[in-house]
Write a protein that binds this ligand. Sequence first.
Ligand SMILES: Cc1ncc(COP(=O)(O)O)c(C=O)c1O
Length: 379
Amino acid sequence: MGTTGMTRRGFGAVLGAAAGAALLDTGLTMRTAAARVRSGLPKDVIQLNSNENPYGPSPAAREAMTRSQEIASRYPDYQEDDMRGVLARLHGVNAEQVLLGCGSGDILRMADGAFLAPDRKVVVAEPTFEAVLLYNRVTKAEPIRVSLDASYRHDLPRMAEACDTTTGLVYVCNPNNPTGTIVTGEELAAFLGRIPKSVTVLLDEAYHHFVEHPGYRSGFDLLAAYPNLIVVRTFSKIYGLAGMRLGYAVATKDKIEALARHASFSNTNAAVLAAGLVSLADADLVPRMRRRMNDTRRWLTTQLAAEGRTFISSEANFVMIDTGRDVAPLIEAFRARRILVGRRFPSMPTWLRVSVGTPQEMAAFVTALCDIVPVPAAA
Ligand SMILES: Cc1ncc(COP(=O)(O)O)c(C=O)c1O
């Protein structure tokens, strides 16, 4: 999303403000440093701000992307068909029930276009991933924000109450970004049973693969019973392909057709389709990556707990930590130390969202956290 670009520009400004000191430390000349800042981030920056996978694509996916150079001059229609077929088999649906997007954010944009208008309402949790409301700046539906409950989870009963026949879309992010909390399968089914059938439910499962909670259930189990449900997934997180852009939606043929009217032609590319296909074929990839990243998250939360910090127990590859003070200057302080952490969420202004990186990156984060936000001495 655009926030990444803002982060890069912001980082360039910090480098400017911090004078050349940090750059001289790394032995870079101003000329190469400026080029690096313009074309991306300096190599030693620790990026814990966008919930990405620090390990990147699997070796097989990297190889598939390299091989796709041979077909770079061809439109990727056949690979799109292959991908839709594979996803359909994976989720037990027909290929016409699958729609690809340039990242799952693209699907969220299409959903706004398909189901929202100035005379409709869009119901979302507060806070949650912002894309649906950001794209709604075009569709201009009335936003209804329903605060998370006392456990920082979607308050599905209150979200159901907020839905009526004028509601075009309700967005449920499970696990929720930025809190990492989930709603259970039972809660989700009760919610779907309660809201008007005319309301489209957009269930964003971007962080599905990290969940270990026994009560969690993917929306794929509920698709057959609820034709108003759209499930959205991405290759950006566990598969490590955020820079390549591939996401998808699964729903009834009617819902997919409604979304597809807002899709651009060939909204994916040969390289990411090749990488995605080999990633899906690698049965060990998801459990391996989940173990690795969740183990690192557990290490982080053990440290936080040992220091007596307040944080939200997360089922995703990020953790929210209460710093007890406005987080905006703290984000800048981390940035000055070349550690990028998540943006400020206005309804949780004292909470810092940190993504799970490598163990070394998390150790650097914890060291910086102790300096920037020392734990108050026990009374
Ligand atoms: C909950 C959620 N949904 C969707 C996205 C968009 O991801 P992408 O467009 O890379 O698939 C993100 C990105 O961070 C996210 O956190």
